[in-house]
Design a protein around this ligand. Structure first.
Ligand SMILES: *[C@@H]1O[C@H](CO)[C@@H](O)[C@H](O)[C@H]1NC(C)=O
Length: 359
């Protein structure tokens, strides 16, 4: 039954794609010469930050000792972890001294199976006016995940603390995968529009479309330093669908896409080719030039896994040693906070599994 539904949806999707392919000039985008340059090393670094946000052991995440808290992210100092139990969201804020940046990362959805989540994406409506941006429409679910949950206040507060402690000149980098990429985009925009921060950059991995063309053009003017990484045939960046016959009515990505393709030579060597796409957001020569139908391409970027160790079991584990940093709100959502990460959390191996719930 489930399988049939999936096949049916794929068939519809194929039809939609057939009608939505093609070249169309949608909007005139401002082109300036000092436009941001895509940085491959930074992408490799941020994908590791995005991978770590899927870890369920909050103690290891807070002390940055988790299995994925290594490599290019070594030495990261977490100052806030947010677990929204009610909506099954997770994110963190911290400081990467080597990047001279505050890094904010959001996890993708864990609510249902990934297949269900993806098939629901076909039907998402543009049903919310983005505040104070005439004609800009977005999907309320993506918007609300960031704006109408405990995530936003906790993120903003952590950014304020970090700026106070590390200086106003520190950059802000917002990242996330899948649904977390959608949240990252709304967060980056919020930091610019409502908080007045400068030097905000956003890099997302496999994010869905979140708004219409008007929204995309506001977004790209306000947060120009944004790169949207897409991986080969990842299905999610194709959703919700783009209808080129109705450019003003349809969902529309903001720029700049970077399409990473897998190429295998003699079926042995696999390597990625990156294509930095045009400034329309809907470059027909990038991921739109192929049929996006792959879930597995969605779950790894640059060879880095972007999911929990096991699906549906993103329960959280928290050791007693971080309890003094933690608080719960009335809905049971969990926050771990500190400002000065030099206050060492002493690691002991006695772990209590508090609040193990299937969230
Ligand atoms: C790219 O990002 C890395 C940090 O990940 C930085 O060290 C490097 O200087 C950047 N390169 C350019 C050309 O900006």
């Amino acid at each position: 039954m489930e399988h049939k539904r999936w096949v049916f949806l794929l068939a519809i999707f194929a039809c939609l794609l057939f009608f939505s392919r093609g070249r169309v000039a949608v909007l005139k985008w401002k082109t300036d010469d000092d436009s941001p340059v895509y940085n491959h090393t930074l992408a490799l670094t941020l994908v590791e930050y995005t991978s770590a946000v899927y870890m369920s052991d909050l103690t290891e995440l807070f002390t940055w000792t988790c299995e994925r808290c290594n490599g290019l992210t070594k030495g990261f100092q977490v100052i806030e972890i947010i677990v929204d139990i009610e909506h099954c969201l997770q994110g963190y804020v911290g400081v990467a001294k080597d990047l001279n940046a505050i890094v904010i990362a959001f996890r993708g959805t864990q609510e249902h199976s990934i297949q269900n989540w993806v098939s629901d994406l076909f039907w998402k409506q543009l049903d919310l006016n983005y505040p104070d941006m005439p004609d800009a429409m977005v999907h309320h679910g993506f918007y609300s995940a960031y704006h109408n949950t405990p995530v936003r206040p906790a993120v903003l507060d952590a950014v304020k603390r970090a700026k106070k402690f590390y200086g106003e000149n520190i950059k802000i980098m917002v990242t996330g995968h899948s649904m977390g990429g959608a949240m990252a985009a709304f967060c980056g925009l919020d930091l610019v529009v409502n908080e007045g921060y400068e030097n905000v950059q956003v890099m997302t991995f496999g994010q869905p479309r979140i708004g219409n063309a008007a929204f995309a053009s506001y977004y790209s003017l306000l947060v120009p330093n944004t790169f949207r990484i897409t991986h080969d045939r990842d299905i999610v960046p194709h959703l919700p669908p783009f209808f080129y016959l109705f450019p003003q009515k349809t969902y529309h990505h903001f720029p700049t896409e970077v399409w990473v393709r897998d190429l295998s030579v003699l079926k042995i060597v696999r390597f990625g080719i990156e294509k930095v796409c045009d400034n329309t957001g809907e470059d027909p020569t990038c991921c739109r030039s192929v049929m996006g139908s792959s879930i597995s391409d969605h779950l790894t970027y640059f060879g880095v896994e972007l999911m929990c160790e096991t699906w549906r079991q993103c329960s959280i584990v928290m050791g007693r040693e971080v309890e003094s940093y933690s608080r719960r709100d009335s809905k049971g959502n969990i926050f771990l906070s500190r400002t000065d990460p030099s206050t060492e959390v002493t690691e002991t191996k006695t772990q209590s599994t508090t609040g193990v719930s299937s969230i």
